[in-house]
Design a protein around this ligand. Structure first.
Ligand code: NDP
Length: 355
């Protein structure tokens, strides 16, 4: 169904031979050509391309192997699957494809990175790995309300992605939580399918940009519940959303709003804590990319949701993962060329070259 994030999960296909056992972690002292951080669609696509370019990538799968699609049910918008494919199955296939071409996968998160070092350093489980190029595909997580009924019904009427799941709510009543641009965009999009959309916002004024507010307010299929929070998502014992219990913060009154769908539109959090102070980030914490997937540090590339606050789709993440691998490959070619050429003029296109 949709994309969003997770509890810790085993990778979709934790083939033992592919997992670096704890005792082996860090046993390769040599410098890699490319290390990839993240095993969602961006990271695994980058790995497929890098491996097929003979770069022998090393990929850290992170704390949530397979990324956001592993907690998704049906994926109907990933090209190539006429019938829906389950998110975990799609990731299992991508992982097997990356491994088939020689990607080495480590089922652990990178604990720290040093982008000032040359080559770059990635530390995990007390070992340090070195690489000439680095691809960051650590993704983002949808912020959630944090109530237990929300987690229980995720994928069964609760979603954090209207683009992914709106289609499932034809002629049904849906609710959207949030007052920012994401919520307004989701609410407007959902009116294409839903019979009615109610926005639930905790204050009496929206945070969204003027134009998005106006669009939502003018939409006859959207209404607003102000000063309200969702206390509980109701399933009436049916295992799917039947409504929500909403509290008005000004009056303290609690009411039940019947609905078949609940979309959480309260923002996303890019997984960029490791890179703070080392890479240029935008005000919302996303990695800034320039002319493709290059970041502010030459030799470091970023793909997927960690650098994309706009599209956030599996297919766009795969696309930018591919771009990151191609950009890294070109960068490494230039490095090689520069090191074989005595003239300093040889070091050009990819910015300052690193060893
Ligand atoms: P924002 O942080 O702008 O808005 C989050 C909204 O969710 C706020 O209204 C906030 O309420 C509410 N909220 C946050 N936490 C909770 C909670 N626990 N319970 C209930 N409500 C909560 O995030 P967005 O994702 O909307 O936007 C992020 C950035 O991305 C912005 O710069 C935005 O402009 C941009 N963006 C642009 C789009 C476009 O141009 N098409 C589309 C989407 C995003 P409160 O207001 O009270 O804090």
């Amino acid at each position: 169904m949709r994309r969003f994030l997770p509890r810790f999960r085993r990778p979709p296909d934790a083939t033992p031979a592919l997992l670096t056992r704890k005792g082996n972690i860090g046993s390769m002292a040599d410098t890699r050509q490319v290390i990839i951080l993240g095993s969602g669609t961006a990271g695994l696509t980058a790995a497929i391309y890098a491996a097929r370019a003979n770069l022998a990538p090393l990929l850290f799968e992170g704390a949530h192997p397979g990324g956001q699609l592993t907690i998704t049910t049906d994926v109907e918008n990933y090209p190539g699957f006429e019938e829906a494919i389950l998110g975990p199955d799609l990731m299992k296939r991508m992982r097997a494809q990356a491994a088939r071409f020689g990607t080495e996968l480590i089922t652990a998160p990178a604990e720290s990175v040093n982008l000032k070092a040359s080559p770059f350093e990635v530390a995990s489980h007390g070992k340090t790995y070195r690489s000439r190029a680095l691809i960051i595909a650590t993704g983002a997580v949808a912020k959630l309300l944090g109530i237990s009924s929300e987690a229980k019904l995720m994928g069964h009427g609760v979603s954090a992605c209207a683009t992914c799941d709106g289609y499932f709510f034809r002629n049904q009543r849906v609710l959207v939580v949030g007052g920012g641009d994401t919520a307004m965009e989701e609410a407007n999009f959902l009116t294409k399918f839903a019979s009615h959309v109610t926005v639930i916002h905790r204050r009496d004024e929206l945070r969204a940009s003027k134009i998005m507010q106006e669009r939502a307010i003018a939409n006859p299929k959207i209404s607003f519940l102000w000063d309200s929070i969702v206390e509980e998502v109701l399933d009436s014992g049916e295992g799917k959303v039947t409504g929500v219990k909403v509290q008005n913060l000004k009056t303290g009154h609690t009411t039940v709003v019947p609905a078949e769908g609940l979309f959480i539109g309260i923002g996303h959090q890019p997984n960029t804590a490791l890179f703070e102070g080392q890479l240029e980030l935008d005000p919302n914490g996303y990695i800034r990319t320039f002319g493709g997937t290059r970041t502010s540090v030459p030799g470091v590339f970023a793909g997927g949701d960690v650098q994309d606050s706009v599209y956030r789709q599996a297919v766009t993440a795969a696309g930018t993962g591919c771009m990151a691998a191609l950009d890294a490959e070109r960068y490494l070619e230039e490095l090689k060329h520069a090191s074989n050429t005595p003239s300093p003029a040889a070091a050009t296109a990819g910015g300052t070259k690193r060893a």
